[in-house]
Write a protein that binds this ligand. Sequence first.
Ligand SMILES: [Zn+2]
Ligand SMILES: [Zn+2]
Length: 343
Amino acid sequence: MPAALHPERLLPDRWIKVLPEGLYVEPGGFHIDPVRGVERAVITHGHSDHARPGNQLVFATPGTLAIMAQRMGEAAAVTTRPLNYGETIRIGDVTVRLVPAGHVLGSAQVVMEHAGSRVVVSGDYKRRADRTCAPFEPVPCDVFVTEATFGLPVFRHPPDLGEVRKLLHSMALFPERSHVVGVYALGKCQRVITLLRAAGYDRPIYVHGALEPLCALYERFGVALGELRPATVAAKEELKGALVLAPPAAATDRWARRLTDPVVAMASGWMRVRQRARQRGVELPLIISDHADWDELTQTLDEVAAPEVWVTHGREEALVHHATQRGIRARALALIGFEEEEA
Ligand SMILES: [Zn+2]
Ligand SMILES: [Zn+2]
């Protein structure tokens, strides 16, 4: 373990506090993903429940800072300090570095060292391959703070390419119908596009206007998406038999119904829950998630080998139980303000 024999070792729960505005790292004087604007914030990634406006100084990867600037403009931060993956800095009395979390472009885990302990805050993460971002890097630590969005053994995401093939199969079966896929604008949209390209789909993909800016940003960061065209509903004829990506709300409302007899699909980890798919009027649920499933969560606990785990952001209990049974000190961390996925 890192510096386990440090003479003045201070247990991490003495220097990392859960405050109403979020995790606060006292000797560094900074928050991680605070729910409101603070003096100094380290932001793990650009999803709106993690990256909020109004901070004075923001530390984040160049990818996350670009996403924040695009979404919030000037409100993103007064000052920014870009941190490349692996770059080490001191913030106050804490050594900080960001390492890839494999969640969305720019997403990072926060690795902190102070008073003889190393603590890693995962942010949101997943373990499977994703062409749109750098892969998750397990970092051995004394305390691992993990998300648990899909922290139940029933959540086991199937292979992504199989889900994408379901979509391509439906398009082959119903060549006259438009296929509309509901995707979150940040991450899921670009991931679904790269999965389609990996499956050999090389026709133009039509994207709802709300998805265009982030697709362009991903392209600027070197993620090739192939030919994208705007999916204006006016181009109804052109959209016959086409593949259209839209935000979840648009995919399931009147916007999509104006297309030709659309097949409504949705790409989300929650599509594992059939009832959710039915409630939203989703005909073709695709289980594609940017969060670790149960196996990925438990695999990660094994790999980081932390003797202590703090679980947050979802279904904490089962993972706390699992960890405890394996001799890990584990507890749920009551952080507020996080959604299950970006709304
Ligand atoms: Zn996220
Ligand atoms: Zn999240």
